[in-house]
Write a protein that binds this ligand. Structure first.
Ligand SMILES: CC(=O)N[C@H]1[C@@H](OP(=O)(O)OP(=O)(O)OC[C@H]2O[C@@H](n3ccc(=O)[nH]c3=O)[C@H](O)[C@@H]2O)O[C@H](CO)[C@@H](O)[C@@H]1O[C@H](C)C(=O)N[C@@H](C)C(=O)N[C@H](CCC(=O)O)C(=O)O
Ligand SMILES: Nc1ncnc2c1ncn2[C@@H]1O[C@H](COP(=O)(O)OP(=O)(O)OP(=O)(O)O)[C@@H](O)[C@H]1O
Ligand SMILES: N[C@H](CCC[C@H](N)C(=O)O)C(=O)O
Ligand SMILES: [Mg+2]
Length: 485
């Protein structure tokens, strides 16, 4: 592709060299440069792409896009921009032929509920006959191809590459999680979202390499509403007006009160055989009853968000009801039937905030006992261990402390840290270091009316021990335990 074509959407200064060049690849990692590459120098958290300038030219890069000065031979074209990450998003969009314009693009931002809501939207739209691509924390789904994710919102080049593959695979729409880091680092620049969604915001992701403070976090979430046509936001979130500050889209709201355009009323907790759910009435822009086999108030928010989005696609009430009834999200309050007498679920809560919101929600079902099984990741914050121990000790009737991903730490040392937290409460606990044995203990000792939560591993299908990932899927462990293996 011609260099000038790639630069059409950005402001730049050509510092040296000419614009009449044919580009054979767009690259942001020096290790992937080949002859006639355009190389983007990105300043990262660990490294700085500018320092590879000489090396990439030796490998055949003919154009460098920079934000700082570089010294390279005069025949190499140097394009200077204000921000190379932003430029990368625009150049990538051009490189892949602006694929976002060929589909409806739905972006979901917020502290919690993004992953769950993307899958609910996908289920509803597919049930109504749409072909839907997905990008998020667990994976990217492009037709029949499933690519495990490294980031919730990948680098802009990858976003555009996935979009192009989706358009080629015949997708009508794409639903993606838009993390605040993704917005901050321009991973989703270079195109306009048809729909931008805001779920909620709580202090999180604040620290080195993430956001400098809560205001910055709020500001970054708000960027989505300057880059979408229709904004659909949670009217009940106390920060919604700050998130919408300076928005350029039309705005629609959802929530649990009649001040919202689409709202839910008459919430009823439902306990079935081995399943917890919630029923409610949709009001406002639509009017129909919903029954879902996902528990708690936050499942009302997530499903209502999905309904608010799918309304714009003309999906019938009947199709929405049918899809939500069957909806399941891997590792997100995923109920696994092990008994008619008690309920067991796999969830990804791996910090105190999500564990607390999950256990509090489950307590509303008044279980005979709330049993919480979890461990904590090695080589991760120790604070998480104390805090999760304390939350579980406070809210669960029994905690089963076990291993998560020990990584390079001793599993017993992690358990000992969790015990410090739980020791601040009078919560009852047992410790069983092997996760499968711990799950077997939970199942074999399940009592009628119990709710058992396996927290922390969610969708993960491995256990990481000393730098190696061993296959371990909790669904398989449960199957084996039930089969007596
Ligand atoms: C802190 C951070 O955001 N890191 C991400 C990032 O690294 P970086 O851009 O800072 O890269 P770097 O290693 O400093 O390198 C800078 C540049 O030099 C280049 N380089 C580097 C080495 C070399 O030899 N040659 C070379 O050219 C790199 O390709 C890059 O262009 O780029 C990587 C590849 O695109 C990401 O995978 C990586 O995410 C890491 C895994 C991460 O943990 N990110 C977190 C903070 C994150 O983004 N999380 C959010 C939210 C998650 C959620 O709540 O759901 C997300 O969207 O995932
Ligand atoms: N709307 C919600 N409000 C509060 N908590 C929620 C909500 N939805 C889900 N949760 C809880 O938070 C956990 C994470 O949910 P989910 O994966 O959908 O969120 P996410 O925004 O994608 O989070 P992450 O940034 O970790 O990927 C769930 O396992 C559940 O315990
Ligand atoms: N089961 C996991 C959750 C990981 C969440 C991830 N964001 C991280 O902190 O690496 C662990 O603690 O190992
Ligand atoms: Mg997610």
């Amino acid at each position: 592709m011609k260099l000038s074509q790639l630069l059409e959407q950005i402001e730049y200064t050509c510092v040296q060299g000419g614009l009449d060049k044919e580009i054979k690849s767009v690259v942001y990692d020096s290790r992937k440069v080949t002859p006639d590459s355009l190389f983007l120098c990105i300043k990262g958290a660990v490294s700085d792409g500018h320092k590879y300038a000489k090396e990439v030219v030796e490998k055949g890069a003919t154009v460098l896009v920079v934000q700082d000065e570089v010294e390279v031979p005069e025949e190499v074209t140097v394009i200077r921009v204000e921000n190379t990450r932003y430029a990368m998003a625009c150049i990538s969009a051009a490189w892949f032929g602006h694929p976002a314009e060929k589909m409806k693009v739905i972006g979901i931002t917020g502290t919690k509920g993004k992953t769950t809501t993307t899958y609910l939207v996908k289920s509803i739209l597919e049930n109504a006959g749409y072909k839907v691509g997905l990008i998020g924390t667990i994976e990217a789904i492009i037709g029949d191809e499933v690519i495990p994710a490294a980031n919730t919102t990948p680098e802009s080049y990858i976003v555009q590459e996935y979009f192009a593959k989706m358009a080629e695979a015949g997708c009508d729409c794409v639903v993606m999680e838009v993390s605040s880091q993704g917005l901050m680092l321009h991973r989703t620049a270079g195109f306009v979202f048809d729909f931008g969604i805001f779920t909620n915001i709580e202090p999180d992701h604040i620290g080195p390499n993430e956001h400098k403070d809560f205001d910055d976090y709020l500001h970054c979430k708000g960027l989505l509403f300057k880059q979408c046509k229709v904004g659909i936001v949670n009217a009940d979130d106390e920060h919604v007006q700050q998130v919408l500050e300076g928005h350029t889209c039309t705005v629609e709201t959802y929530g649990l009160h009649d001040n919202a355009d689409l709202w839910a009323k008459d919430l009823k907790l439902v306990t079935g055989k081995g399943v917890l759910g919630i029923d409610y009435e949709v009001q406002g822009l639509m009017d129909f009853p919903v029954e879902i086999d996902l528990p708690g108030k936050f499942s009302v928010y997530n499903s209502l968000t999905a309904i608010a989005i799918c309304r714009h696609f003309g999906v019938s009430e009947e199709n929405i009801q049918k899809a939500l009834r069957a909806a399941k999200v891997k590792g997100r309050i995923e109920m696994v039937k092990v008994s008619d007498e008690f309920t067991l679920m796999i969830d990804y809560a791996h910090n105190a905030m999500s564990l607390e919101s999950l256990l509090t929600t489950l307590k509303e079902y008044k279980p005979k006992r709330l049993v919480c099984l979890f461990g904590c990741g090695g080589n991760r914050s120790k604070l998480r261990r104390y805090e999760m121990g304390e939350v579980s000790g406070k809210l669960a009737d029994l905690t089963i402390i076990t291993s998560d991903n020990p990584r390079n730490e001793e599993p017993q040392a992690i358990i000992d840290d969790i015990k410090i937290g739980i020791g601040k409460t009078d919560g009852k606990y047992v410790e069983i270091i092997d996760r499968k044995e711990a799950i077997a203990y939970a199942i074999h000792n399940g009592q009628p009316g119990d709710v058992i939560v396996l927290a922390g591993k969610g969708h993960e299908d491995y256990q990481e021990i000393k730098g190696k990932k061993y296959p371990m899927d909790e669904r398989d462990l449960i199957r084996d335990i039930l089969a007596g293996k």
